[in-house]
Design a binder for this molecule. Sequence first.
Ligand code: ZN
Length: 307
Amino acid sequence: MIIDAHCDLLYQLWKYDYDVNSSEFLQFDLTKWRNSPVRVQAFAIFVPSSVPSDQQYDVALKMIDLFFEKIIIPNPDIIHIKTKTDLENLQPNQLGAMLTLEGCHPIGMNLNKLTKMIDYGVRMVGLTWNNNNAVADSIMSAKREGITAFGQEVIQLLNQESIWIDVSHLSIKGFYDVINQADHVIASHSNAFTICQHPRNLDDYQIKALIERDGLIGLTFVPEFTKASASVEIADLFTHIDHFITIGALNHLGFGSDFDGITETIMGLSSVTDYASLQDQLIKRYSQSTINKISYQNFLKKFPRTK
Ligand SMILES: [Zn+2]
């Protein structure tokens, strides 16, 4: 069983109207999902910054519509995960689907818009994508300020509602503001900076801070976050896993593939079905207890919302 903390299927469905059941253009579709070891998938609402700001919230709502119309309603075996109990009650013949937000830009400076998204089931909120917004600056921008006054209201709301605050994409200053203020922290799709020097990865101080706050880190399959090389292999992910474990993150590691958010893929890991190959290789290298922790137990244990 695997729980995956990040994919961008909703964005692909919104942008291209691909067939959710099966499409050669999708790294994650329902057929591939059913043929994979992934039991629970987080689906990100990701509104590209090219959408004019006065239309971004409508696009976010449209992606929520797609989540229900294409994934939840037509498929009785797919359960909308809103609480830890939903996760624990998931039956062997069922799949779990969770809504997340990647970047707070669609809410502008309106807290009610975020409340509404939480009402629809959003359970993990990334404060920024690669663009700056009213909440905070991104790690990918030249201006790297931390959490704004409005951002502090956002964090307060997310704490009250027991929602995971996602620090992937966030500026370093923003990261430590969240570490100081958030009740529940996750980096849903980031690797280790010591192993691959990409700004989207977490340095050792950040990893240790996340461990201290009982956070979760989703190992991601973005090739350029894994190895600075033209060809990246599944084994290159193990270098990251080993490093995370060496600095004490065994109980804080999970997966956040970023399928359908990436155009290049790791060799042998080009769609969600290839999680089976990853599993085969994990079994040769790590104990079953380590694999279980990374695959689902850590996520399950730390999922913040109980009711
Ligand atoms: Zn992302």
